[in-house]
Every structure is written in structure tokens, then in C-alpha cells.
Write a protein that binds this ligand. Structure first.
Ligand code: HEM
Length: 139
């Protein structure tokens, strides 16, 4: 009898442990492969946008891809570390206007649409990406 109770308790613990493990946004998105797809699309969007492209005139695009992907992974709760400067340090001297900030977000949304990311997940990711908006803008 005691043996059965112990087995039952062990099973209950196992089930509750599984139930409480929540899925991360990173997993819901589709992990590294989906983030790579979004970033590839985003770079393409920037490349063909004559307003935003000039901001990247002096940039090492491979580095941007690496750091930006890392950051999306961290923002979505993935198993990564972001290894660069703060958003204020990176963007502070660029004199980014509010209109250009919004346009960049639009380009990012295009990139997610082309990667078939559901809108519910798009909103969550944008929300996490734009919390440092004020520090990036030239106000
Ligand atoms: C939506 C929010 C944004 C996020 C989360 C974001 C994130 C990042 C990250 C992680 C990097 C790489 C940093 C590094 O190389 O160390 C980066 C670089 C860069 N971002 Fe943003 N960014 C955002 C908005 C913008 C906007 C609105 C612009 C311009 C209109 C912009 C222009 C740039 C440029 C030009 C670089 C390259 C900097 C360099 O070459 O040193 N970003 N961004």
C-alpha cells in the first residue's frame, strides 16, 4: 500500500512538473532556424529601403546579422547570450527619427510576415524589441 502511495506521489510530481514548464516564445517561433529566416528577410528589406539603408552605410553586415540574431534569441527566451553594447550605445549617435524608427519596425514586420510568423507571436516579439525605443531615438 505504502509503495502504491509513493508511486502515485512520484507520478503526480512528474505530471505537475511537466505542466508547469511553459513554452518560450523562442520555441513557439521555431527556434534558431526561424530566427535566421526572419533576420535574413530583414536584411533584405533594409537593403531595398532607400530611407533605412543609408544608416547601415558604414556597417559590417555580417556582424549585424550575428548580434541582431543573438538579441532576438535572448528577447524570445532562447538559450543565447547577447554579446554587444546596449541599444543606447549602438544607436544613440545615429540621430534616428521617430518616423525612421517606425519604418524600421515596419520592415521587421514585413520580414516576419514573409517568414509566416503568426501575428500573436509577432506582437510579442515587437513588444520585447521596442522596450528600449526611447534610448535609441533622437528626441
Ligand atoms: C526596433 C528596435 C531595434 C533593435 C532591437 C535593434 C537592435 C540592433 C542590434 C542588436 C544591433 C547590433 C549591435 C552591434 O553590432 O553591436 C543593431 C545595429 C544597428 N542598428 Fe539597430 N535595432 C533597432 C532599431 C534600429 C533602427 C530604427 C535603426 C535605424 C533606422 C537601426 C540601425 C542600426 C544600425 C545602422 C546598426 C549597425 C551599427 C554598426 O554597424 O555599428 N536600428 N541594432
Amino acid at each position: 500500500m505504502v509503495k502504491h502511495i509513493v508511486t502515485l506521489l512520484a507520478l503526480l510530481l512528474l505530471v505537475s512538473g511537466c505542466a508547469s514548464r511553459s513554452t518560450t516564445l523562442y520555441e513557439e517561433l521555431g527556434g534558431e532556424a526561424k530566427i535566421n529566416e526572419i533576420v535574413e528577410n530583414f536584411v533584405y528589406e533594409i537593403e531595398y529601403n532607400e530611407t533605412i539603408l543609408p544608416y547601415f552605410a558604414e556597417s559590417d553586415i555580417e556582424r549585424f546579422i550575428t548580434k541582431f540574431s543573438e538579441q532576438l534569441c535572448v528577447f524570445s527566451g532562447g538559450p543565447c547570450e547577447y554579446s554587444s553594447d546596449t541599444m543606447e550605445q549602438v544607436h544613440g549617435g545615429m540621430n534616428i527619427t521617430e518616423a525612421d524608427f517606425n519604418l524600421t519596425v515596419d520592415l521587421f514586420i514585413n520580414a516576419m510576415n514573409k517568414a509566416n510568423v503568426p501575428h500573436r507571436l509577432q506582437n510579442q516579439l515587437i513588444n520585447r524589441m521596442t522596450h528600449t525605443r526611447r534610448q535609441m531615438l533622437y528626441l
